[in-house]
Design a protein. Sequence first.
Length: 300
Amino acid sequence: MNIQNQTIPVEKLVVAVSSRALFNLDESHALFERDGVDAYCRHQVEHEDVPLAPGVAFSLVKKLLALNERDPANPRVEVILLSRNSADTGLRIFNSIQHHQLDIGRAAFTRGESTHPYISAFGAHLFLSAEPEDVRKALEAGFAAATILPLASTPSTDRINPSQLRIAFDGDAVLFSDESERIFKQDGLDAFECNEVMAAMRPLPGGPFKNFLAMLHRIQLDYPADTSPIRTALITARGAPLPTAWKIRIDEALFLGGKDKGEFLKAFGADIFFDDQQKHCESARQHVATGHVPHGVANE
């Protein structure tokens, strides 16, 4: 065997997405809520050849999969479908995947059961779902996960770079631990500010999205900074930058001092933003796709 000619496999970024995050299933879900599971199943089977419209996470998934087009022999991203549909009702979803030419080949259909046990089995680094309970269980198991929120309006197509994947993160309880938020809630502003001074002298503990950011960083290393297909941003009220001890790149950092985040996310051109606080998510979803991270002291 010629070892020199062997291709060394690289670890893929694996993203698991639910059917309601990927496609617009609002009409079907409303039917399920109103008339029950049997009516929902009949509707999906009767409409299995009618493609579903894109959902909130569709654009993000398209851009993730497009990263593989840069080097088809060495794909860096895989998207997995995790759905509470049954195999029968899931046929419409698979037909929609083919209609939209999405390279998604692996899936789990659980017929109403929680999908979170399969996140680990598929080796996913991120889980996006419209089911808050599934997201909470995934976070409790140590995975980056977010509840995809409905967009308040159609996002602007006037993006800085439509072909570049742009992902923005909040700091505490998302990229970082919620240590500072917890101190502020329990002991007040003075204790919080004292902790911030002390924290500047030591690395911040990682939050649930640290490993996902690290996987994005690994892909970025394959490209010069000025031609990278991925750009990341930290958008937070925190006064401390990303810890240098992490050795993980982040491209932009905005410290807003209490200003609403929505307009800044629009200016950044985020394909998705992750935040643990509902008020910030509400501001963000007016402009960009938003994932609520129900983690940390703000969600207890």
